[in-house]
Design a protein around this ligand. Sequence first.
Ligand code: ANZ
Length: 946
Amino acid sequence: MTNPSSTQGPEHRYTAQVANTIENQWQKYWLDNGTFHAPNPVGDLAPAAGETLPEDKLFVQDMFPYPSGAGLHVGHPLGYIATDVYARYNRMLGKNVLHTLGYDSFGLPAEQYAIQTGTHPRTTTMANIENMRRQLGALGLGHDERRSVATTDREFYRWTQWIFLQIYNSWFDEDQQKARPISELIDELRTGSRKTRDGRDYNSLSPAEQQEAVNDFRLVYRSNSMVNWCPGLGTVLANEEVTADGRSERGNFPVFRKKLSQWMMRITAYSDRLVDDLDKLDWPDKVKSMQRNWIGRSRGAEVTFTAGDVPITVFTTRADTLFGATFMAVAPEAEIAERLVSDEEYGADVDKRWTMGESSPRAALAKYRRSIAAKSDVERQENKEKTGVFLGTYATNPVNGAQIPVFAADYVLAGYGTGALMAVPAHDERDYEFARDFGIDIIPVLDGDVSESAFTEDAPHINSANDHGLDLDGLGKQEAIDATIDWLVVGGHGVGKIQYKLRDWLFARQRYWGEPFPIVYDEDGNAHALPEEMLLVELPEVDDYAPVAVDPDDADSEPQPPLAKVTDWVNVELDLGDGPKTYKRDTNVMPQWAGSSWYQLRYVDPTNSEKFVDLENERYWTGPQSPGDVGGVDLYVGGVEHAVLHLLYSRFWHKVLFDLGHVTSSEPYRRLYNQGYIQAFAYTDARGIYVPAEEVEEKDGKFFYQGEEVTQEYGKMGKSLKNAVAPDDIVRDFGADTLRVYEMAMGPLDTSRPWATKDVIGSHRFLQRLWRLVVNEETGEVVVTDAEPTDDDLKALHRTIAGVREDYAALRDNTVVAKLIEYVNYLTKAYPAGAPRVAVEPLALMVSPIAPHITEELWTRLGHDGTITFAAFPTHEEKWLVDDEVELPVQINGKVRARILVPADAAQADIIAVALADEKVAAQLEGRNLIKQIVVPGRMVNLVVK
Ligand code: ANZ
């Protein structure tokens, strides 16, 4: 679609061509003059001599993009434009505004591309960044380009490795609830004021054992953990990357659950702080609750049952339902299953559904384990069909001595709680399904109906008393839980306990395009962290980026990362304090989340070669603003899809850095805003193949492509859906300002909306009208006059100012545009031949955050020097906001019977007079006595009659 106004009309009309010329000029001006350079308190970016640092500052940040080769479509910059508008508005309020955009440039796509083509990922990544910079640059985003970093920059990932070392060299002190340097731990272990994890005396250990004892505390540690191993891709995968049928989302290879030694980060140490500090953040409730659920703190109890002489401890949030526990279940792979499984044959009376057709529990357990090996946790939790085998063992319920069967069942997760549960089918849905399928008793202990499904609501307890002092009958939930836990504690059967769903962070990937670990191994295989001075550990150049290929179906294979092949890099001679020795480098790389876990801090001090960020710069930009404030970036805008992983990891890293005294803020992002998405229609033909959306025509509610009817669907925009619209094309056909206005006007920023190229012209026409208020389209002359504005003008102006100020501050740019359109229309109608300058200049200022280029141009034409960027945003005068007349409801005996219009400053007596004269009021009063008349100023008139 082209813009008709770009080719026709008077010479000085605002056309796409004019827009493009102006836009290029001003973008060059901004760059040449460093217009968006925000000064720092200290260091390279400190103000030049004679300049001062504004006290008031604002740090605005976007979730940075992955520089994909596909380039941008018009949906991508929605959030970037909104933050730019907000940043520009705040510059006009006199604030020092930090706004830039970096690139999250490590990661799989560049590496996959390298594997296919042999091009180095750095080459493709840099080219993609260049292309994105060009595309975004054309939109006039006011970024401080000096602060734009890429996570693949050597000067960036040096510090990512440095932060890794900080975390590695720390431990979490439970008593102080904070990270402390590992050296302080060693002191405490030596003096005996702290015990090793296994309780042994530190000083009696061998040096290797001491090392081990210290490693047990580190915030980074190696663990043998269950991972999703995908031999076909040669790497382990996150749960999210595995499909429901146990295959890799990319490549569709089999994925196996396997125990592998992996680097982990102890994020779970921070569970409580990560939950509790959410209350201090200005974030969408939805995101907060997603984080709460992800961390999943449950308060409950651990209860110990006994099976012969084997104790089975379970975690339960409902200790009060103990009398309804009719079986127990353990995770099939848990070690406890091994200890519980009976070596006897199944008795003849054992239900056939319980045995998988085997004659002994041991054989049944082995068979069962094989059948579930490939399932992920998510799948196991969700699977509707409950499966399991009887272990041939019975356990004693501590409250009533009942003998209940113990099963291995895969809906029990090995990694949660104790890996064992007491099943209360009457009141737990999963237990109910299992009991129903396996023919186990369902005993209600809450007064509700359990004939069809579990009763999970609150109700008084029933069937819940024993002869040993526990009587819950009639009690409500919390009282009963408290009473049960007290009883269990006294009898030594249990303790109160808090559980978390959060797991430690698997921090290693067997890939190439990521940050190498600053870790080496000595001859005995002991890991050593490199000293800071040995950073950067540069990613070596290789010819072959692929992981060593292994048989995709070989579950017993081990990952062999691409870096393992670079032997002259892997083997190094280093002096780590005890003379030169040969070491082997760790060949894993960090996950893509690493760089994004701290990039906001590098924006603050991008060129600092001494520190990752200077504390004084950090304090200025992200330090706490008031007592109790957690600090952080003032506004962070991005998609809700990052609600957990990225935003949890960055909070974790930030808190460690805070604990160690490297930053003054205890949270990375004070305020978070999730923008919606620009969506689009896509069309498929009869074969289900996408056809180019822009060539589809609509006739009577049906859609046609080259004469054939096609089907419309609505959703994402993307190259593969053939419905992507490139910002470049819209900029070419209408100008960047039009694109900006259109995207901001489409709807509230936090909702998703459909793109419609045909509607873009509306935004363009608005800018043309704005242009005409300053420039005569025929002659090019400036048309504003020195006439005095009328009262009506001033009212319209000041109302607009007051409204848009509020809207800009609240990121309601769509209503800003609506108000500005109204004001432009008002002036256009009132002054066909030229409006008063004092009514037009504030308009240019108000539009400039959204449409910066055209307003720079108009500002110059109106006779101002330099950029509009720092011109003061207009302020309103209160008196123009007061209405001359107000409408008041008239209530008679509490019911509104009429509405009257009175002068805003009318006296009470006059208001009553107007009210009584009103026809409807008069009709109501007829034949009755008025006994009371009250005027609530500005609000209403109240009459009482009898
Ligand atoms: C008895 C009971 C009765 C339970 C009842 C719930 C309802 P949240 O709240 O998510 O923390 N559970 C314990 N360990 C488990 C494991 N390893 N895998 C799967 N489920 C496990 O969940 C805690 C509840 O989940 C616990 O409380 C336990 O079932 C189950 F009416 O115990 B409950």
